[in-house]
Design a protein around this ligand. Sequence first.
Ligand SMILES: Nc1ncnc2c1ncn2[C@@H]1O[C@H](COP(=O)(O)OP(=O)(O)OP(=O)(O)O)[C@@H](O)[C@H]1O
Ligand SMILES: O=P(O)(O)O[C@H]1[C@H](O)[C@H](O)[C@H](OP(=O)(O)O)[C@@H](OP(=O)(O)O)[C@@H]1O
Ligand SMILES: [Mg+2]
Length: 346
Amino acid sequence: MSSRRVGFCLSDKKRRRMNMDAFADFCAGHGVEVVEIDLTQPLVPQGPFDVIVQKLSDVIVEAEHDSQSQQLLVNFQSYVSAHPSTVLLDPLPAMTQLLDRFASYRIMSKLHNSIRECSICTPPYLEIHSASDLSSIQQAVTTQGLSFPLLCKTRVAHGSLSHEMSLIFSEGSLAGIHPPCVLQSFVNHGAVLHKVFVVGDRHFCVERPSIKNFPSGPCERKTIFFNSHQVSKPESSSDLTALDEQMPCLHPPSSEALAALVRELRVQLGMALFGVDVIINIHTHTLTVIDINIFPGYEGVPQFFSSLLSHIKSVLDKQASAGAQATGSPELRQTTGGPSAATTGL
Ligand SMILES: Nc1ncnc2c1ncn2[C@@H]1O[C@H](COP(=O)(O)OP(=O)(O)OP(=O)(O)O)[C@@H](O)[C@H]1O
Ligand SMILES: O=P(O)(O)O[C@H]1[C@H](O)[C@H](O)[C@H](OP(=O)(O)O)[C@@H](OP(=O)(O)O)[C@@H]1O
Ligand SMILES: [Mg+2]
């Protein structure tokens, strides 16, 4: 197999977190050249690339209000459009939709009906688009079937501010929310989170600390403000994650249910690199999906490098055989190489 060239487009934080230099060394040993793409320089001289692995979420979010970031995004998209044989992991439109919790929660809410072989659900949630009077929010909470405690999360699902959230215990405390945001019923799950990390057709489930159980229903308790990275990182340990009373261990999610969930999400999202956060409801024992992340950290997945390289190779092999016909439209070839992933304009 001639040397394959893989470009990486990551924020500095992501590049360090992922240890991209170590991944480049790992790939070099397998005949795959990994190079870092400098978005601020012309892309053509830096290419060509067989595959580009990107997490441009920072640039996409900043492009909303910053012309320089918008130009970087336009340059990148122009390069990708002009090089249809370059496989993008993952396509920008697929990634962009997950930067908006309104969009990702709509996808999550349909899983219950699209996965028939097992029981998977998502907590009731409510989109709060703009500041509204308290009574209409309270009314909507009731009519949408949400139950206290409620979690309030920002609409933007990426970046440090997106991890600042609150646990709300009473209707009166809803006055403190800052739209645009989502309200989501808190589900007691015994302070154990199951992080499912997806890399192409492989997935890995890692157990993590999580928020403790709370009495169901409204109560006169002050809102708890927290950062999600304080409660569900491997080392997270606080009053918020320590159970107030012992409870029997819950069975982890069944491998069949996780496989069905990942299979469905890979088709729905058209992505190869994503994470799904899953909890088990302590009352119903139902597998409950609470979050989807783009290109997560894969902490606790020692197989990440080998799985990513394996996926890159499989995508390129498909590209090579599909290139033989070269009849598919360029857009269809700009996918993750996964199941008939559809791409839509940015
Ligand atoms: N509906 C819910 N019921 C119970 N606990 C929840 C719920 N939603 C979130 N949590 C808890 O809050 C934590 C953070 O929530 P969430 O994953 O939505 O935030 P996030 O910032 O997107 O996290 P990350 O990006 O690190 O995955 C979860 O790991 C879990 O401990
Ligand atoms: O783009 P961001 O910074 O929001 O991406 C986060 C992502 O939302 C998750 O919080 C990841 O954590 P895990 O789900 O535990 O992997 C973060 O990974 P990390 O290794 O950087 O903590 C992403 O940054
Ligand atoms: Mg999460």
